[in-house]
Design a binder for this molecule. Sequence first.
Ligand code: FAD
Ligand code: SF4
Length: 515
Amino acid sequence: PKTLRLILGDQLNHKHSWYNGDQDHIVYFMAEMRQETDYVKHHIQKVVAFFMAMRGFKEWMDDRGFENVYYQLDHKDNQQDLVDNLNALIEKHSIEKFEYLAPDEWRLDQQLKDFCESLEIEWQGYDTEHFLTKRMDVKKFFEGKKRLTMEYFYRDMRKKYDIMIEGDKEPEGGKWNYDQSNRKKWDEKTPIPHERGFRKDVSEIIELLEKEGVATFGRIDETNFNWPTTRQDALDVLNYFCENLLEHFGDFQDAMHTDQDYLFHSRLSFAMNSKLLSPMEVIETAVDRFRESEKTNNPIHISQIEGFIRQILGWREFMRGIYWKEMPDYQHRNELENRNKLPDFYWTGETKMNCLKHSINNSLDNAYAHHIQRLMITGNYALLTMTDPNYVDEWYLGVYIDAIEWVEITNTRGMSQWADGGLVATKPYVSSGSYINKMSNYCKGCAYQVNKKKAEDDACPFNSLYWHFLDEKEVHFSNNQRMNMMMALLKKMDPDLLKAHKNKAEKVINSPEDY
Ligand code: FAD
Ligand code: SF4
């Protein structure tokens, strides 16, 4: 039968079995649509990256002679809505069968389910052949268990895929987890080799977005776009990472620095989330590099590679599993009943708090911040100021190049904002200024004094916000063993000092523009 196959913008998997089979009577379809540019306000680099990657994928299909229909945003037949576009195409091309790849977002999954139910022709869904787990594997793995501990899932994945496993299912090197050694501040000496960069000219897409009135935010250098948007680009970034950065990845995984936007991070999230790269090929390439180095005088330490693999084999798959286990309720969770607005400076970077200024400007400049900036600077501040998770999600889902709901919401609402009541994170990721000072050089250049702990006007706002938060949310954490020490310190605090912290915190929350 004449078959229409839909490819969504984050389903650019060149290795999918679809493309090896018989292509007779098959028409592929991809579209740039307002439905996708407008469901949240996106960073301009995110929209550009997806359109570039989709167009690159179309070219690849053309090169292979695959019949395809591609709607650019301003294509005359583009109705800007997935279902409308599909219905019209089915009629126009006398399609007899519809096929799609399972979407990773709940919203699109529902839309396609409803659409298929409405169809009078045959239809079939396929796996994207990208992830290392099925949607419900995490749910099944933890069935009957009280806690969803990522570590146990990760160990199981290591064994299942035989990644750095020795003998009778023991971890290579004797330890499953080297987290303790992955907490170094960057020494400012270990060199970070310069990237060659892609320097793409994306002015045409920017003009198109402007012409069509797509609202975006963030900054872009239109002749110097540096994200990987083809499979070859993505492989280049992967190889660059393995050759130059992997050897220090674990050490400086949590470090932050004013002069370094990426440190030793891979910048592979967009390539993986759009499926240009598969998680297993990333893992295997990194392990190969590790093995090669073992034969030299300069072997990579196991803690570096283990840290990297844990993120992909562990966290990435785990978060996806949580998403499918918990959606659609997850998007409404707000366990701490936080209701405040997100300060305007998240959209401008204009604040005197140096850590926030750098992390937010990094995000606005590059559509990127690394994990600890997301978790312990912007996320930490949003949680300490008791921001409504809806606003927090809106920002994170818009700002990052890699932000697709399955991995954004679980990290934001779950890991960062504790809005799921501790499903993902056993304790809230909050800290005073001390942690930020320990892991970065932000405090050195800040208008505030991190070491002032008495709620003085020029004391670090995080210090007062921290005690205020613990005091306000005490009922949620008084029985949480991992919070015992901090709750005990709170109880012992001089009541006048606590009052001063709370007053100051209220001021910060009510007038963020003054800080
Ligand atoms: P690296 O540090 O080099 O890590 C390698 C890879 O591991 C990443 O590319 C990613 O695929 C995976 N990974 C690492 N940590 C996580 C994690 N916690 N969950 C899932 N995968 C992980 N990641 C996204 O891909 N999309 C998001 O929208 C997103 N939102 C986040 C929001 C918050 C509040 C937080 C705290 C984290 C978020 N993350 C998100 C996870 C993580 O911060 C990014 O994956 C990472 O910073 C991407 O940069 P990188 O490729 O250089 O990662
Ligand atoms: Fe951030 Fe406080 Fe350090 Fe300033 S002093 S950079 S606000 S942690």
